[in-house]
Design a binder for this molecule. Sequence first.
Ligand SMILES: [Zn+2]
Length: 289
Amino acid sequence: MTRLLYYEDSSLREFEGTVQEVADRDGAIWVELDRTAFYPGGGGQPPDRGRLGDVPVTDVREEEGRLWHRIEGKLEARTPIRGALDWRRRFDHMQQHTGQHILSQAFIEVASAETRSFHLGEEEVSIDVAHPGPDPELLRRAEERANEIVWEDRPVRIHEVSRAEVGRFPLRKLPAVEGMVRVVEVEGFDWSACGGTHVSRSGQVGIITLLSTEKYKGGTRVAFVCGGRALRRQRERARLLRELALEFTAGEADLPKAVARLKEESLRMDRRLKTLLRSSRPRGASPSS
Ligand SMILES: [Zn+2]
């Protein structure tokens, strides 16, 4: 069994461990450690990456309590090793994942809409909520409520409880696991059975921004980003707006008017061109000639 350091302290970026076993599977080298801070992925959150010594770790998997790290290089069994996570990636996952817990509960509060699934992609994050078509006002209220909870900087606590004890928490969804259950609480707001990694206070999520919605399997897929991703997206949009404003020599707020004028102008030119073509056509010629 591997000791799971990410459950003991999700802010751990580096750790000391020992290589237990090295295995060659399908042309890739995998090593098992006695203890690790590398999260193997699960519950919608992707696995960590980083380094063991100088060797890159490109994937992590859990098999019956043993954690295997796919490496690009060589390591010997029974040797001590220093592990270091790709912290930017892990912290980003924790921001998006904790933001998801908060947003899912906000949708329950404002629309009684349960979250059916969660996807954490390289660019976008989404939840599928059981609501046939939330209007802009409802989406705005869910977003406002979620950000209120972020800015209240509530502690995020982990409770390890037995299956019998789990009833004392108002969980969004009952867990399918046997034995001990890990309940993640955003203090006084949300309780979820979850095996992922989370930030320690809601304030670390930074901000939750909704991006778009689409109909999905009778419900709605809500795309959103949190924290650093929201900042990068905002930066990208600001750059785009600046470029457009320069192109139109207009202020950003005047861009819709500038685009409307351009469209009008283009329609007028089109009509003029058609009139000119009609008048320059020789008499008796068919329209297709
Ligand atoms: Zn979680």
